[in-house]
Design a protein around this ligand. Sequence first.
Ligand code: UFG
Length: 338
Amino acid sequence: MRKNIIVTGGAGYIGSHTVVELAAQGYTPIIIDNFCNSEKAVIKRIEAITGEKTQVFEGNCTDKQFMTDVFAHTNPVGVIHFAAYKAVGESVNKPLDYYYNNVVSLLVLLEVMKETHCNQLVFSSSCTVYGTPEKLPVTEQSPTQKAISPYGNTKQIAEDIIKDQVVAHSGLSAVALRYFNPIGAHPSSLIGELPLGIPSNLVPFVTQTAAGWRKELTIFGNNYNTPDGTNIRDYIHVVDLAKAHVKTLEYLNGKNNFYDYINVGTGKGTSVLEVVNTFEKVSGQKLNYKIGARRAGDVEQIYASVDKSKDVLNWKTALTVEDALRDAWNWQKTLPKP
Ligand code: UFG
């Protein structure tokens, strides 16, 4: 029997790719989304890739009655919880929106999971919980640091809430996946990242600049203590990241009152300039860019230790930054200029 898995935020960037991978592995993904930061057209795209109809429930995860009705109707065995606000800068200006949306949705979700005996949860966390790491690569033993942004704080608070709830909800098992920097798009070019307005993340800014949507990319600082002076991040192909979620559901099987957190990255650091140079190589486009001032809050360098994800999830990345930038560019080329 196929297992029903609720995917909150399933029409979003990482959510949509995960829905595709769940279907490929024989699960029945069921999307909950309020489409506040995604397009309804994504659903048809997902269905074109999977070749099957996807059930979608439109509503807010903060709405207890709505969530209770969806769970009663679909009887899921597990949940992958993506639905959240995610813009670091915006969270500084709208802290209450971020705390309300990101924390209350989790509280409601956990209540409904307990009431309906839904016992598996995969939560989208972030490497932001490590702040500025003292040692690289960052392992799960690395200390977490107080979050700089309200967004980052919602991830730390959420991890604590889940850790406490697995004690109180008999049978619950949960994993927080601490994502590094997801980039790229599905190789079909049917789904990908759809940032609203001016992107704050590097790769959509790069592809939009190459496509002529933006005049030039500003590289935020080249005087960091790194080999080429620009920041270093661990860029992971979104399809690899999506597959890690499916592996995590397998890891949760048979576990009770269990909580764990796992880094999801490639283990390899790539500088901003390396991203730019690799993009130029794979796309054949010359990128218009300049060096600008540092961006407040940017960590100099961070990349993941991937030992734990290999050991416990039996998962590692299969795709490279080149693959991701090629797929991001192919996806960008399908988008009409706004
Ligand atoms: N960058 C530029 N120019 C741009 C955009 C980004 O030079 O126009 C640089 C940044 O300075 C940084 C790198 O590109 O060095 C990556 O920046 P992103 O904004 O794409 O990603 P971040 O690493 O800043 O942020 C990501 C996620 C957050 C998460 C954070 C945790 O987007 O959700 O990692 O470290 F909180």
